[in-house]
Design a protein around this ligand. Structure first.
Ligand SMILES: Nc1ncnc2c1ncn2[C@@H]1O[C@H](COP(=O)(O)OP(=O)(O)O)[C@@H](O)[C@H]1O
Ligand SMILES: [Mg+2]
Length: 431
């Protein structure tokens, strides 16, 4: 496959985007990356990556103008919001020569609407929790009254990871419905709710490259969503990951590939929603087999940090081939046999309120370790915090145990006031 020299527009400012930039600059096909807006980490490749802070990441006309003025030819939207808002369609319309690694607005409904994705799974026989969708409170309440199993209640639209409630009692379930549908806690994202069966098991997530027809996946990863050790405290954007996870056996991984991942990409294409980009499939490994919890339509954060350190293939080739229906011409994707672990370091108080602008210092990074920035910025030459999940240490090792130990060595090189991180990343897997 011949690939043009890529001049990339990367949208986002998280750890995921730093990891994508870190991996993309290793490709000889990548001439330059412009990150809108980027962070303190993406500022660390001065000859290859430029942070662009005078263009707003959600201003599509300004992004198109920037791409045109700088002769960019490849778009990589990092987060879900621009994808769900149709950035890929907008670029296709205004700059058709720019290829986009990501789904169009119609295909991005897989993440933008949980009701859409549930109906999709039902239509295509993809295993998922039993469910019903509701846009009327009284009907939703009547349904709750009619069932006697534990449920999960989900706002349909994007809710920044806060739209899923796991009630402990019937009263809490009714309250959740009221909060979402009557008080409209998530605005129009709660116009529809999904009420689904509570599944029990270990979770994992798989990132899959798709050119709309063929797929190639990265090793299954496990995230740690709660802020405190032993899965205590409120949910966060993710406090650490490791990969590959042993909660999926090789046999199960093969089955997931055929009956879930390939079936999803085929079902999308056959229903007129060709899926190009990275499909994130969240799975629950239940006694009755793997079931899909949700789809995201972009790389996960912080899964990406772990799995990209295991990817030996050229990321730019993989991404480009997804946009030209030529993923299969690349041959099998090369994955290291090592293990990877990521420990996220957050600001004190996160996921509640937290300070910003705290000065940070980083000392020399240990071998086989990468420090991926997320909520960092450079102010007057000083590295400072600028978000809740501030930075992460990702390490690889010949075993998971060694990867985790290395990642924690990496954490020791990070210093700022109030920093907090979990001490038990991958602990259950190491038992
Ligand atoms: N049916 C379910 N049974 C048990 N837990 C669930 C179920 N659906 C979601 N969860 C839990 O809630 C979390 C968030 O749900 P998810 O569907 O991934 O939404 P989002 O990531 O958009 O908040 C999951 O990671 C999982 O831990
Ligand atoms: Mg999720």
């Amino acid at each position: 496959m011949s690939i043009p020299s890529l001049r990339i527009l990367l949208v986002g400012n998280g750890g995921r985007e730093h990891a994508l930039a870190w991996k993309l600059v290793q490709s000889s096909h990548v001439e330059h990356i412009y990150v809108v807006p980027g962070n303190g980490g993406t500022a660390g490749f001065p000859n290859k990556v430029t942070n662009v802070q005078n263009v707003k990441a959600d201003d599509f006309p300004a992004l198109v103008a920037f791409a045109r003025d700088n002769s960019l030819n490849f778009l990589v939207p990092g987060p879900e919001a621009p994808l769900v808002a149709g950035i890929v369609d907008y670029f296709a319309q205004h700059l058709p020569d720019v290829k986009s690694f990501g789904p169009n607005e119609a295909a991005a409904r897989m993440e933008g609407s949980k009701a859409f994705s549930k109906d999709f799974m039902k239509d295509h026989n993809i295993p998922t929790a039993a469910y019903e969708n509701f846009s009327d409170y009284e009907q939703a309440k009547a349904y709750l009254d009619s069932i006697d199993h534990d449920v999960v209640i989900k706002a349909d639209g994007l809710a920044a990871g806060k739209g899923v409630i796991i009630p402990q009692t019937k009263e809490e379930a009714v309250q959740a419905l009221k909060d979402i549908m009557l008080t409209r806690e998530f605005g129009s994202a709660g116009d529809t709710v999904v009420i689904e069966e509570l599944l029990v098991g270990e979770e994992c997530s798989i990132l899959t490259f798709s050119d709309g027809y063929n797929i190639a996946s990265l090793p299954p990863a496990q995230d740690h969503k709660r802020i405190f050790d032993d899965d205590k405290g409120p949910n966060t954007g993710g406090m650490g990951t490791y990969a590959p996870t042993g909660v999926v056996s090789a046999q199960e991984n093969d089955d997931i590939h055929k009956s879930i991942l390939q079936a999803t990409v085929d079902g999308m294409r056959n229903s007129g929603n060709l899926f190009i980009g990275c499909l994130f499939t969240g799975l629950m490994m239940t006694k009755a087999g793997p079931k899909v919890l949700e789809y995201n339509v972009r790389f996960g954060d912080p899964e990406t940090q772990s799995v990209l350190t295991l990817l030996e293939s050229d990321l730019a080739e993989l991404m480009y081939s997804c946009t030209t229906n030529s993923l299969s011409s690349l041959g099998p994707i090369n994955i290291s046999s090592r293990a990877a672990a990521t420990v996220v370091v957050a600001a004190g108080g996160y996921p509640g309120s937290y300070a910003k602008g705290t000065p940070m210092t980083l000392s020399e990074t240990p071998e086989d370790t990468v420090i991926f920035h997320a909520g960092t910025d450079i102010k007057d030459g000083q590295l400072v915090t600028s978000g809740g999940r501030v930075i992460a240490s990702t390490a690889t090792g010949p075993t998971l145990k060694e990867a985790v130990a290395r990642a924690y060595e990496g954490v020791q090189t990070i210093k700022f006031e109030g920093m907090q991180f979990r001490k038990d990343i991958a602990k259950r897997a190491l038992k």
